[in-house]
Design a protein around this ligand. Sequence first.
Ligand SMILES: Cc1cc2nc3c(=O)[nH]c(=O)nc-3n(C[C@H](O)[C@H](O)[C@H](O)COP(=O)(O)OP(=O)(O)OC[C@H]3O[C@@H](n4cnc5c(N)ncnc54)[C@H](O)[C@@H]3O)c2cc1C
Ligand code: FES
Length: 272
Amino acid sequence: MCPHPFPLPKGEGITLPWGAEMHRCLAPLLSNGPAMQDTYVVSFNAPEIASAAQPGQFVMIKCGSGHQPLWRRPLSLHRVNRETGEVALLYALAGQGTRWLSSRRPGETVDVLGPLGHGFELPAERKSLLLVAGGRGIAPLAFLAEEALAQGCPVTLLHGAASASCLSDHATLPDGVRVVEATEDGSRGENGLATQVLPRLLPGKDLVYACGPMGMYRAMASLGLQVPVQVLVETPMACGFGGCYGCAVRTVHGIRLACKDGPCFRLDELMW
Ligand SMILES: Cc1cc2nc3c(=O)[nH]c(=O)nc-3n(C[C@H](O)[C@H](O)[C@H](O)COP(=O)(O)OP(=O)(O)OC[C@H]3O[C@@H](n4cnc5c(N)ncnc54)[C@H](O)[C@@H]3O)c2cc1C
Ligand code: FES
């Protein structure tokens, strides 16, 4: 008997009521190890998810055996290789589920559902992009950077964190990204919050994409940026595909679900 509250078929695609297709994969784990302080990168083979994946989308991953923890955990797609079917996730050790995930070893399988949600909209033509990551918010921006670079868009990534120990060596970023770092204690890169550095990097950029805490988005909104800004909203999620209504977000259009209508929203759609 499937130990999960939603017994989902393995392998074949599951079409959601709004037309999106997700897959449940028992994916062989390829690697799993630390990337920066209390943060790991796990990679696994999931060709069905890789072939349909878009930057900004996420997977729901079963992080335990039996019923503990009951719900899958949402993690963003960090790197995707559509040719090999390899998918990588970058995750902070937050609690029970992510600690369990960090103990998995190559050769074991992980139970993954995805790709889920509406990801970032990439420009149809060549534009200059500024990506803003708050801490582990760098996870989905690596995949976005790779796709944008492949389309010929120059990419600058501003990575803000509390201190140097919370920044990686950016080894998992694609070649060609210009990286600017900012730390709140000044231990590496620019001294200050990413949102304080952002205005200096904005001239010449056409579009801004961000992933980080809501406080960072609120600060960005108060800057009154004159370019379109897309952000990923990471509310707690139980089901990940529109079934539990646990991920409600207040927007100017009314209540929206982060897992189904997002997690990508325009910054000016969000209500504080
Ligand atoms: C769409 C989406 C994408 C995400 N992508 C990533 C990612 O790429 N990398 C990553 O490290 N994390 C990501 N997260 C957050 C991640 O899902 C949580 O950290 C994880 O579920 C915690 O599970 P846990 O069992 O380890 O901790 P739990 O024991 O469930 O929780 C530990 C602590 O983390 C807090 N927490 C739980 N969920 C969230 C959340 N969504 N945001 C902030 N705090 C939370 C809890 O309140 C608690 O204080 C994402 C969340 C969403 C909704
Ligand atoms: S997480 Fe269940 S509706 Fe969004």
